[in-house]
Design a binder for this molecule. Sequence first.
Ligand SMILES: [Fe+2]
Length: 338
Amino acid sequence: MISLLSHLSYVAVTCPDVEASVRFYEEHVGLEVVDRIGDDVYLRCWGDYYRYSVVLRPGPEPSLSTMAWRTTSPEALEEAARRIQEAGIEGTWIEGNRIGKAFEFVGPWGHSMTLHWDVEHYKATGDKASAYPDRPQRRSRHLGAPRQLDHITIATSDVDAFAQWYRDVLGFRIMARTVLDEAPISVFSVITTNEKSHDLGVVLDGSTRAGRMNHYAFWVDTREDLLQAADSLLENGVPIEYGPSIHGIGEQNFLYYREPSSLRIELNTGGYRNYVPDWEPQTWTPSLGSNNFYKNSQMPMSMTESFPAADGPSATEEGVPDEIKDALFNPYAKQGNG
Ligand SMILES: [Fe+2]
């Protein structure tokens, strides 16, 4: 297949109190507002090459509104739309904010995706201009401010089928997956349109609610930036949900926290670059350290919450059968570390 998609370009989410979220992104994450159109607020990281990478829009609950990928060419956009329709999904052509004509569709597991070619290449002027000609804007003075958007991780009822559909229809490479030690159940996979381990993560969702997301992530340049961000968050009263630590899959350093709507934000750095076009995905298990390679701490149960909240009585243990709960969340207990 010809290469259709280049990279994740922006994530649009809904939040019940947009202004509270905007203040949080400005004060604690280090993003800045570039546009307000209707009720939508557009934000950027200092190193984003295009005008914006995050859209906040009002909604009754925190959720994914759409995740957007830039195609490799105008022709690739047409071809991607054709392939999606050939796969039995009707999308619509829309006009987006400074992205021209875009193709929006809802995938088989309920996730909205927007594909576009046109962009506005951002170039700051005046005191925001960078001394580096290649940078769109000078580095932020905000401690730990991310350079750019990195990836999104969605939740789905069938991890492997999701990865295979996006591979077959849109050309994502499947880079790795996690299968439980105790049962042949796929709980996680990473797929990518470029050299990173993933710009789209896929986590198991046993709830009956389609189209949910687990988190989205920004990139910082170094592990020191990540640790300084952790320090700054804690000093300013923002709890860290999980990390800093390192994922086995992708080899990225990570840190998770929440914004006011309860949506989960990740900071990421490090990780491998992989250019192999016919890469065969590795199968990991939790006991190998797929999630936490140091294997010296448990992932908190809160990390299983996806957005919007699942139907059903438990929001923290949603969709996880009792018999695999221990294996999933406490994979090191049997090693005596749990
Ligand atoms: Fe992630």
